[in-house]
Design a protein around this ligand. Structure first.
Ligand code: URA
Length: 229
């Protein structure tokens, strides 16, 4: 039975509902402006990185590896830099270390596609060497911009390069892993935690026990601040 507008209002008022019935159709294609901004800001940042000049990493790689995952996620993960597979596919953490990362996330009930993943450097270092200090510093400018755009509630830094890029080189990963550290970018405070890089865990599997402790600390925070994934 179709209600005439007068009856609809009478019924709603009798329920004391605090909204008004609208006869206008809902625009189901509406994308909130914040999301439009995020995706265009990310595109601009990717373009800016693609135009980097005089960079040995860029000059020797195949693809720019920007990010993977959900840009609206409250969890952002930062690795070191692309490896061979990532350089071929243009996506971070798709090789062996990526498979282990997926398992680590799964161990605390997180599906990989529910987080946002990037790296300190966006081009593969020749022969998978560690990025040099000057490269880490150069790319840290872009990484900080990247973090500001994503605006995560939790930042997970995988390994010493990500740690160095955002927390400086005066810290030791064995000392600070598994503890929360604040990072300030453009006056905004981000909660970050450093844990071992999955590629390191593949080489030193006996360290996985510490990684598990860190994952439990991360899970506790996710529950505490009520992150829904
Ligand atoms: N290691 C990283 O740090 N990043 C990747 O994307 C792959 C391996």
């Amino acid at each position: 039975m179709l209600l005439n507008p007068k009856n609809q209002n009478d019924i709603l008022q009798s329920f004391e509902l605090e909204f008004e019935y609208e006869n206008k159709p809902i625009n189901r294609f509406h994308i909130p402006s914040e999301q439009i901004d995020k995706s265009s800001l990310l595109k601009n940042l990717e373009k800016e990185i693609s135009e980097i000049k005089d960079c040995e990493l860029k000059n020797n790689s195949n693809k720019l590896v920007f990010s993977d995952g959900d840009f609206n996620s409250s969890i952002m993960i930062v690795g070191e830099g692309p490896g061979q597979r990532e350089d071929e596919l243009g996506k971070p953490f798709v090789g062996e270390a990526g498979l282990l990362l997926n398992k680590m996330l799964k161990a605390i009930n997180i599906e990989r596609n529910k987080v946002y993943i990037t790296n300190v450097v966006n081009f593969r270092p020749p022969n998978n060497r560690k990025p040099e200090k000057s490269e880490i510093n150069k790319y840290s400018y872009y990484l900080r911009k990247h973090i500001s755009i994503i605006n995560p509630k939790i930042l997970i830094l995988l390994g010493s390069t990500a740690m160095e890029s955002l927390l400086g080189s005066n810290v030791k990963i064995s000392k600070i892993r598994g503890t929360w550290k604040e990072i300030i970018i453009n006056d905004k405070v981000y909660n970050s935690i450093v844990t071992f890089h999955p590629a390191y865990l593949l080489r030193q599997p006996e360290q996985k026990k510490y990684s598990w402790l860190d994952l439990k600390v991360i899970k506790k925070k996710i529950d505490l601040i009520n992150i829904k994934l």
